[in-house]
Structures are given as structure tokens and as C-alpha cells.
Write a protein that binds this ligand. Structure first.
Ligand SMILES: C[S@@+](CC[C@H](N)C(=O)[O-])C[C@H]1O[C@@H](n2cnc3c(N)ncnc32)[C@H](O)[C@@H]1O
Length: 217
């Protein structure tokens, strides 16, 4: 489908979830705690848009690299900027009812995600390196969510997120979504290398802010 066709399909969904939202891009300036809590964009509208879009294209399987590492101390409809900066993504994916495979290298995060998602039998949480997990993954991926290696100067966070996509690439459905977190900091952050690679693989760019969302139909 043409980029225009992709956007026509996505537009009503993202317009609904982003109504009233204005968020900054930080370029190379690290957000202060105040900016982080009160100004920076949050994952929520991106996650909700991704779920609605995925259902719209009849996707079934979500693979997440980097699971939730903080419990959600409130209901899903509530939002606490200080608590929801990471996003609690695994709960949102679980609530979608779709098949969710979430992987994290940190046993503590795996424990929290598994406990928080215990009520969602559709969620499987695995403790492993994300790249190794993707190499071994035997299924087809309809939504790939990349949110692992933290944006820390001097570490290969951009390279690792691109490597994760390259490993997953052959497993992505012809119609699929790639979503990357923390792309509003450090000149593209986790997405600095992977976003251009996803576009080269034939995906259309739908959203670019706190997160970057791409879709191929
Ligand atoms: C920003 S957190 C993820 C936040 C989560 N998606 C949410 O919405 O709450 C990043 C996670 O990636 C994990 N991580 C870091 N390196 C990893 C790797 N090589 N493989 C898998 N997970 C990794 C960390 O342990 C951490 O829990």
C-alpha cells in the first residue's frame, strides 16, 4: 500500500489517542526530573494507538524487548507522570488480549512483569537477552516493540536496537508495526539507527516523538 494509504488507515486512530497532546523533542539535552515528569511525552497514547492499529490490520502477536520494570500503582485509566514514565507497556499489551511475548535480561523486571500480568494468560514473559530471544523466536511477529538498552552515553544502545530489528526482520508479518521508545532524546535515542533501517525495510513512518511508530501494509 502507498504511504498515503497507510496514513489514511492510521490517521483516525492516532488522532483519537493524541487529541490534546503536545510534547517536546529534547535533541541532545537530557530532560530534568521536572521535564521528565511534567513535560516529556509519555508512552500511553503510542501504546494505545499501536494496539488499535494492530487490531485494525488483524495482527495477533506482540513481541516486546524490554518488559515493564515498575509495578503499576493505579488503574489502567489513571495516569501518574512520576510513575508512568517507563510506560507499563506489558500490562497494556496484556490487556489487548493478543498473544504477547515479552523478554527482559533482568530477572527483577521479569518477576515484576510476570506478577503484574498474572491475570493475562495471553502474556508470556521470558528472562533472556533480547537478541538471543529474537533469534530463537519461532513465530511470526505482528508488532515489534523495542524498549530495552537504556539511552546511556558511551553504550551501544542505538546499535543494539538496530541489531534487534535486523534479527527479527524475517519474522515480521508482511503487514506489521514496529514501535520504538525513547526516540525524543539524544538525537533519536533508541531509534537513531533502527528507525532509518525500518524505513529502508519498507515501513512508513506514522509517529515520531517520545516513541516512533512505523507500519507496513
Ligand atoms: C526502559 S525499560 C523497559 C520499560 C517497559 N517497556 C515499560 O514500558 O515499562 C528497559 C528494560 O530493558 C531491559 N534490557 C536491557 N538490556 C536488555 C537485553 N540485552 N535484553 C533484554 N532486555 C534488556 C532492562 O533490564 C529493562 O528492564
Amino acid at each position: 500500500m502507498s504511504a498515503m494509504g497507510t496514513w489514511d488507515l492510521a490517521h483516525p486512530i492516532v488522532a483519537n489517542h493524541f487529541r490534546g497532546i503536545i510534547e517536546p523533542i529534547f535533541f541532545g539535552n537530557a530532560p530534568t526530573v521536572l521535564q521528565q515528569n511534567q513535560m516529556r511525552g509519555k508512552p500511553r497514547p503510542y501504546l494505545l494507538s499501536a494496539i488499535d492499529l494492530l487490531k485494525r490490520i488483524q495482527g495477533k502477536t506482540i513481541v516486546e524487548v524490554g518488559c515493564m520494570r515498575q509495578p503499576m500503582a493505579h488503574g489502567m485509566d489513571q495516569f501518574n507522570p512520576a510513575c508512568c514514565n517507563d510506560g507499563h507497556s506489558t500490562i497494556f499489551w496484556g490487556h489487548s488480549g493478543l498473544d504477547v511475548h515479552s523478554v527482559d535480561i533482568n530477572p527483577g523486571a521479569v518477576k515484576i512483569a510476570a506478577a503484574e500480568c498474572a491475570k493475562y494468560p495471553n502474556v508470556k514473559v521470558t528472562c533472556a537477552d533480547g537478541i538471543e530471544f529474537l533469534k530463537a523466536f519461532g513465530g511470526t511477529i505482528d508488532l515489534l516493540y523495542l524498549d530495552a538498552w537504556d539511552v546511556t552515553k558511551g553504550t551501544p544502545y542505538a546499535e543494539k536496537h538496530m541489531e534487534a530489528f535486523e534479527v527479527a526482520r524475517e519474522k515480521l508479518s508482511p503487514s506489521s508495526i514496529v514501535l520504538i521508545d525513547d526516540t525524543d532524546v539524544q538525537f533519536g535515542g533508541k531509534g537513531r539507527m533502527v528507525v532509518p533501517a525500518v524505513i529502508r525495510a519498507g515501513y512508513d513512518l506514522l509517529l515520531h516523538g517520545r516513541q516512533t511508530m512505523l507500519m507496513r501494509l
